[in-house]
Unconditional design. Structure first.
Length: 185
């Protein structure tokens, strides 16, 4: 398993070199969106309307951060369970998003969309939200402020640590891990 440092927006060249299990330090701009925001974003895409950010090469972090302490850009920013975005993620990938960050497994439609559209699902460590928040240099609400913590934010990150869970080849780190320990006949 390899280690990479990548800067957003991601390209097909970036995602094609990644394999399930690789460690990545992300740099640049990533966006936050959870299920309520994803619903609105996908509705815009289906109507042919513009999103509040450039989706091409984007990385979407499934997070609802806590309020920041004084003089800090963001509070705790740990990943949320990703399956709530499963019905929306294939559409986001189809329209140019290249990465998603969350925790937990994804359904087969998301894995298939990663293969078809050159996307990657990254896992961030659950329970490490305070530490992950330290990797965020700035945070700005850019859409749906009425959603509070679930508003769409533009984050600037430096060395944000993630692991490739689902790659562009259909591999799944969680499945690979299980197979190592399953009894073979």
């Amino acid at each position: 398993m390899a280690q990479y440092s990548l800067t957003t927006p991601l390209t097909n060249e970036d995602t094609k070199k990644l394999k399930a299990g690789d460690k990545v330090l992300l740099n640049g701009v990533i966006y936050t969106a959870r299920d309520a925001a994803h619903k609105r974003l996908v509705e815009l895409l289906e109507k042919g309307e513009d999103l509040p950010f450039d989706i091409e090469g984007s990385v979407i972090y499934f997070v609802g951060p806590t309020p920041p302490k004084p003089n800090e850009p963001i509070g705790s920013a740990g990943p949320t369970t990703s399956y709530r975005m499963d019905s929306y993620s294939p559409t986001m990938l189809k329209h140019g998003s290249k990465g998603m960050i969350g925790k937990g497994k994804r359904d087969q439609a998301v894995k298939d969309a990663c293969v078809e559209y050159g996307g990657v699902y990254f896992g961030a460590t659950g329970g490490a939200g305070a530490l992950l928040g330290k990797k965020i240099l700035s945070a700005e609400v850019i859409a749906y402020p009425e959603l509070g913590p679930e508003a769409v934010r533009k984050l600037v990150v430096k060395d944000f640590p993630v692991t490739v869970i689902n790659d562009t080849y259909g591999d799944d780190l969680y499945q690979m891990g299980r197979e190592q320990y399953e009894v073979k006949d």
